[in-house]
Each structure stands twice: as C-alpha cells, then as structure tokens.
Design a binder for this molecule. Structure first.
Ligand SMILES: Cc1ncc(C[n+]2csc(CCOP(=O)(O)OP(=O)(O)O)c2C)c(N)n1
Ligand SMILES: [Mg+2]
Length: 364
C-alpha cells in the first residue's frame, strides 16, 4: 500500500501530468505525430458536432443534447489509450468516443433523433449512445451507477482470464455517490482491471467542486482504497493519453485499478436544458478559454511542423460538411417501427403482451 500512497502524493496540483509508471509495459510517454493528428481530428469532429447539435436543439429539431465542449482532450485521448477489445462505461459526456472507435456518424446521430437508424431502437434519452460493435455501453443517467457495472465487467474479465481492460468514466459530482465508494472499494479488494477516469470539470450542474468534496484532490481518494491515484492536466491530450495508457498497462498486467483525475473545464452549459450564466462567473470561463485543448494540441502540431493554418481550415470545412451531411441523412430516417416496442425483453412474448401488440398493430 505504500506505493499507492506515494503515487497519489505525486499528483500534481498544477495539473501537469505525472510521469507514467516506469514499470508499466507498452506505455511510451510521447504521442507520435500520427497519433496526435488522429486525436486532434477526433477532437475537432466532436467540437464541430456539438456546435451543430446545440443549434439543432435550439431550432426544435432534437429534444435534448449534452455537449463536451472544452473536454474533448479528456474524452478522446482516454479512449485512444484502449484496445478495440476493451470496454468503455461512459458517464455524461463520452458518447463520441464511439466515433473514434469506428462507429459511424449517421446511426450515432440517429440516436439523438430517436428514430429507426438508432441501433438502440430509440429507447434511451438523447445523447445516451451505445453500441455492442464498439464495446461501449449506454450511460444509465443516474449519476455513478455505471461504476459498479464497470467493475463487474472488469471482474468478469479477470475471472475469465482474458486481458480486457474496462475504462469507467465519471464526473467530479459522481465522487459523492455511494456507487463511487462501492465500485472503488470492490475494485481495490479484488484488484480488477479497471481504470476510473474522472473528468473534474469544476462543476456538477450548478455545484462547484469545492462544495462537492473537502479532499485536496479527487485523485487522492484512491489511497483509501489501496490503489494509485494520478492527477493530470485534462486539457493536455498527450498528458491524458500517457496517464491512461500507463493505467491501462498496469490493469492489463494484473496490477489492478487506477484512478485518473483529469482536470478540465465544462465550457458550455451542463446540457441544452441549463443556463450556466445563472450560477458561474464569466471571468472563470474566459480564463479556461485560454487553455482550450484543441488550441493546445494544434499549437504542438504546428510547432513541430506537422500542421498549418491551411490544413486546419481544410479539415474544419471537411468535418463540417461531413457532419451536415450525416445530420441530413439521420434526420430524414423514419421513426422506429412501433411493433419494436415489444422486442428484446422476453424470449417468448407472454400472451397479454402478444394481445397488446396485435391490437396496437391492427389499429395502425
Ligand atoms: C443520482 C442522481 N442524482 C442527480 C442527478 C441529476 N444530475 C444529472 S447530471 C448531474 C451532475 C453531474 O456532475 P458531474 O458528475 O461532475 O458530471 P458533469 O455533468 O460535470 O460532466 C446531476 C446532479 C442524476 N442524474 N442522478
Ligand atoms: Mg463535473
């Protein structure tokens, strides 16, 4: 346990990344230019997508949307540290990690429209994407509930002796939930291959993190559960990727869980139903704008000669065109067939539901 305490003490209050665990295999500290570009492209896609979808919500074309603006480095670079066979149990803002893992844009957007293009048959709230094809489960909406589920999946992997790792996302607000304690404790005791990745974006809707917890950091909470906690600058894509890669390598190698705290900031509203001007100081938002994760990764790529303003403008235009075309395609899809309401719950439909299904379909 001494090692855990030491690791947590290494958490940097400045938000700089701690050096990845030297003992962890396969965890190089630097992103190659190709990987940095791929991460940047995915971040820019999400920024573009979120902007368009918030506009659609204001136009009344979708009911609800949750953006991750300002947190793109944390969302993308954490997922980038995984293998395709690993699992993601997201919280509110990590849906778009699916796109990085190869899920197509049209069914992704069809979930928000809640129509027949949605692989989850329009049964979830908008912005709760999930797909078996990319090993990403749906968030359950209740804060923290995904954490024991993620630990259960990681425990199953351990019992089956496969080398799957589970990435369990949470926000700072979720650290006050009972499920956070349950999950962290079980994960520590059974040394399951899970990485808890907490995006500390300073707010839980209107509650600041300072009122959420009296701990000096979120990362330090891991000490009590007997495993390492690491704090990184969540707006630095490379720092996030390096910390999560080290944690993933540790989990895959049988070393057990890690809690990674990524310090970031929610630049926009909590969701399309929220107005943050009612509870936070615009000066705070402006201060964080200077630490924009896209600007920072772009600056690195430009500085190292891998990117320039012309390429950036061309990519922005291309992604906007891709997003607009996918929106048009997804929006035009018909609603899910009404009979699908009865699918997937029972192996053999009980007589009374069969009767209701017949009546419903006959009335159409
Ligand atoms: C058990 C529970 N309590 C309250 C809510 C309402 N709620 C939805 S999101 C949220 C804040 C979550 O904050 P955080 O975990 O920091 O995530 P963030 O929104 O900042 O990404 C709350 C309180 C909920 N969904 N579930
Ligand atoms: Mg938060």
């Amino acid at each position: 346990m001494a090692r855990s305490a030491k690791d947590a003490r290494l958490a940097q209050p400045s938000g700089r990344a701690r050096k990845p665990d030297a003992k962890a295999p396969d965890a190089p500290a630097r992103l190659s230019p190709g990987d940095a570009l791929e991460i940047y492209r995915a971040m820019l896609l999400i920024r573009t997508l979120d902007g368009r979808m918030m506009t659609l919500q204001r136009q009344g074309r979708i009911g609800f949307y949750g953006a991750c603006t300002g947190q793109e480095a944390a969302v993308v670079a954490s997922a980038y540290a995984l293998r395709k066979t690993d699992w993601i149990f997201p919280a509110l803002r990590e849906g778009a990690a699916m796109l990085l893992r190869g899920f197509p844009l049209v069914p992704y957007l069809a979930q928000v429209f809640g129509n027949s293009g949605d692989v989850t048959k329009a049964r979830q709230m908008p912005s709760h994407q999930a797909a078996r094809a990319v090993n990403q489960v749906s968030w359950g909406s209740c804060i923290g509930t995904q954490l024991p589920q993620a630990v259960g999946a990681a425990w199953a992997a351990k019992l089956k002796h496969d080398d799957t790792v589970v990435l369990a996302h949470l926000g700072d607000g979720a650290t006050s939930s009972a499920d956070f304690h349950t999950a962290m404790n079980f994960a520590g005791v059974f040394r399951v291959p899970v990485v808890f990745f907490c995006q500390n974006n300073h707010w839980s809707i209107s509650l600041p993190t300072s009122k959420q917890s009296a701990s000096e950091s979120i990362a330090i909470k891991a000490v009590a559960y007997g495993f390492p906690g690491v704090k990184v600058d969540g707006n630095d894509g490379e720092a996030v990727w390096a910390a999560v890669s080290a944690a993933v390598a540790r989990a895959r190698g049988g070393g057990g869980p890690t809690l990674v705290e990524a310090e970031t900031y929610r630049m926009g509203a909590h969701s399309s139903s929220d107005d943050p001007s009612k509870y936070r100081d615009p000066k705070e938002v402006e201060a964080w704008r200077a630490r924009d994760p896209l600007d920072r990764l772009r600056a690195r790529l430009v500085r190292e000669g891998h990117w320039d303003a012309g390429k950036d403008a061309a990519l922005s235009a291309q992604l906007l065109a891709e997003v607009n075309s996918a929106i048009a395609e997804a929006e035009a899809l018909p609603p899910p067939p009404v009979g699908s309401l009865f699918d997937d719950v029972y192996c053999a439909l009980p007589w009374h539901l069969e009767e209701q299904r017949r009546e419903l379909l006959a009335g159409r």
